[in-house]
Unconditional design. Structure first.
Length: 364
């Protein structure tokens, strides 16, 4: 069955359909990872987006039910050059076509993904629609050009509090669309983790008596989350904070800095990031379309801790007087390198120091 992608600039890409046969609209982005398609599909930070995978053959090792990042994927569509019909791996439980069908994810294969990726790199991210070939193109293009901000976090966050018990520090993980990999790394360190909804009140969070608060990754524009910014401002300086991805951007906004949209974002598994203090360079997994504005940091009590080597964008910040720091990349990997996994250890070290000092400036 034929299916097409129509972009807001009028471009059309025609290929074969797989997965759900429903029409779907979203922001078209690309991911450069050679592996990890399962984790990419189930990363809630892709909510509202149609994801193009640049690696040409997808699905060759199938799908297993252990490596998913969320149980209900929220991407609007998946675009690939070729889908593997016969995956081969001892952990394989399902083909990617079967998974996309079961999870209601529209797929498009057989198009020139290199051409599409180059278009996005040159023009920036574009809105698009996956649909059948017998539609009114002009009407769809007009619809695509009517951009509207959508509250994506509310669609991917947990609806109720739940806990993963441990005997270590009590961590409240505010779920803006978290990856299971983040929860896994905390539980591996024996933390007692309470996962709370994105809009939890200050009183609800404090009632859990947290030793630390983790602001998770997630989708969308952080400027559309004033409730989250207010919550962070209320606990800043009282409880140690770690922000990841969207949580990093929210910490910056809560501290008075600014965030801006990138042309086409960072989405891949091998972005080189340098820790300024040590000079150490590590390969990181990233998935974001917004970045902290460098100039805005000159007037706020934040300092840069990490930079991306290729474009020198900000990848980490630390509050100068409060126990809080954050990173833009995904320290747990999933997919990608785990070279930055020590960020979780830094967080627990900061909590330990804060317990003993309270009034002192804490640096990890």
């Amino acid at each position: 069955m034929k299916r097409q992608l129509i972009l807001e600039d009028g471009s059309v890409f025609i290929g074969g359909a797989f997965g759900s046969l429903e029409d779907s609209m979203g922001e078209v982005v690309f991911h450069t990872g050679m592996t990890g398609y399962q984790e990419i599909i189930t990363d809630s930070a892709f909510a509202g987006q149609i994801v193009t995978l640049t690696y040409p053959l997808i699905g060759n090792y199938g799908i297993n039910h252990e490596d998913i990042e969320t149980f209900q994927p929220s991407i609007r569509g998946l675009i690939v050059k070729e889908v593997s019909d016969f995956p081969s791996n001892f952990r394989n439980q399902q083909t990617i076509m079967e998974y996309c069908r079961d999870k209601n994810i529209p797929g498009l294969q057989g198009i020139d993904t290199r051409k599409l990726t180059k278009k996005i790199r040159q023009q920036g991210t574009l809105r698009g629609m996956l649909c059948s070939t017998d539609v009114n193109h002009d009407a769809i293009i007009k619809q695509l050009q009517c951009k509207q901000e959508i509250d994506l976090v509310s669609t991917v966050s947990t609806k109720q509090v739940y806990s993963v018990l441990g005997r270590g520090y009590r961590i409240v993980l505010i779920d803006y669309g978290m990856k299971q990999g983040v929860l896994r790394e905390l539980t591996l360190r024996n933390c007692n983790v309470s996962v709370v909804p994105y809009n939890s009140s200050i009183s609800e969070i404090l009632a859990l008596h947290p030793d630390g608060i983790l602001l998770s990754n997630g989708p969308g524009n952080p400027k559309n989350m004033p409730y989250a910014i207010k919550t962070i401002q209320s606990v800043l300086g009282k409880i140690p904070i770690l922000g990841i991805g969207l949580g990093h951007q929210l910490l910056a906004l809560a501290s008075g800095a600014e965030v801006e949209k990138m042309k086409y974002g960072h989405r891949g598994n091998s972005y080189p990031v340098q820790e300024i203090r040590s000079g150490k360079v590590m390969l990181t997994s990233q998935n974001h379309g917004y970045v902290v504005e460098k100039e805005s940091l000159k007037r706020v009590p934040l300092e840069i801790t990490h930079i991306e080597i290729n474009d020198h964008s900000i990848e980490g910040i630390r509050h100068q007087t409060m126990p809080a720091f954050s990173v833009q990349f995904n320290p747990e990997g999933s997919p990608g390198s785990e070279e930055a996994i020590e960020i979780f250890d830094h967080f627990l070290s900061m909590i330990k120091k804060w317990e003993g000092t309270r009034h002192e400036v804490v640096r990890y």
